[in-house]
Design a protein around this ligand. Sequence first.
Ligand SMILES: [Zn+2]
Length: 68
Amino acid sequence: MADIADRGNEQAEYLLEVALARRAKLPTGPSATHCEDCDEPIPAQRREKVAGCVTCVDCQQIREVSRG
Ligand SMILES: [Zn+2]
């Protein structure tokens, strides 16, 4: 019965992650192909790594700095 318990834990962890992501208002949708701020193409590597990202690395840093 260990398998069922493990699966239950995995699901619980997944739901927790989703809840935390929603609370943190992280973008979870498909990533943009071009930066929202400077219209530069966003590298595929970044789009895969950062789900729902809408800016390039440079603009993301500017946003984070200006947000304080
Ligand atoms: Zn940009």
